[in-house]
Ligand binder design. Sequence first.
Ligand code: B1M
Length: 208
Amino acid sequence: GKINKAAPFPPQMKGQDGADEITRQALDSGVPAQDILGEGLMPGMERVGIKFRENKVFVPQVLMSAKAMSTAMVHLKPYFASGEAKQKGTFIIGTVQGDLHDIGKNLVAMMVEGNGYKVVDLGTDCPAEKYLAAIRENPGAVIGLSALLTTTMTSMEKITREIKNAFPETLVAVGGAPVNDDFRLKIGADVYAPDPQGVVEFLNTKIA
Ligand code: B1M
């Protein structure tokens, strides 16, 4: 059929409240920030994570959900900052040295943040020193390493070794298309997560 380029929204979306408006309304009517996050936004994000794993939704829907989540979080942030509601823990993530792929890493970061953790995103092409400095600044944080190239899996191994040498107690999660659990075992990381939800589930068992 003909595409109507002038229409800004699908008609059914017009005037409908989304995460942004609903969060504001809930706060204004006295719902605690912690409940909005824990009983509204987080279960929603978890469902998106599970549907993504099951191939029922795809990257664009995950990005849209993450965007809705961060829009809602703008309203909640002041409550977290004031200590009225607690973040669950810190997750440091980066794509390993030599690797510039960041779409998967960003998805993991958004989903983890959406599930109530503080996320320190070190970006791409991260050498071991960058992770080590971030661990020093965030004691007790869990580390996530992302690699998309078979050639940068060696960086992942080196970085894991250096983290474990310097901070034996620090938990390291690894992921990315070429990574699997055999490789995770070989390099001494703590968990292989096939998808963002896998990271969230690991954090929920280890931190929350
Ligand atoms: Co590149 N690239 N790329 N690339 N690229 C791949 C990965 C490749 C498979 C394409 C191919 O040849 N078929 C191939 C790797 C082959 C291999 O090593 N086995 C490849 C190559 C070779 C290269 C270059 C070397 C090409 C060249 O220059 N000759 C070059 C390397 C640059 C570098 O990094 N130094 C290169 C460059 C690029 C672009 C810059 C053009 C671009 C990246 C843009 C960006 O990220 N900002 C790019 C892209 C887009 C891809 C493909 C097409 C898509 C990757 C992607 O974003 N997927 C990719 C082929 C493909 O996969 N179809 C390809 C979507 C994303 C949501 O999935 O990243 O897998 P993914 O993340 C998933 C999971 O893996 C997991 O969760 C995510 C969601 O499910 N996950 C984690 C990821 N990190 C995790 C961490 C966790 C847990 C889960 O815990 C910590």
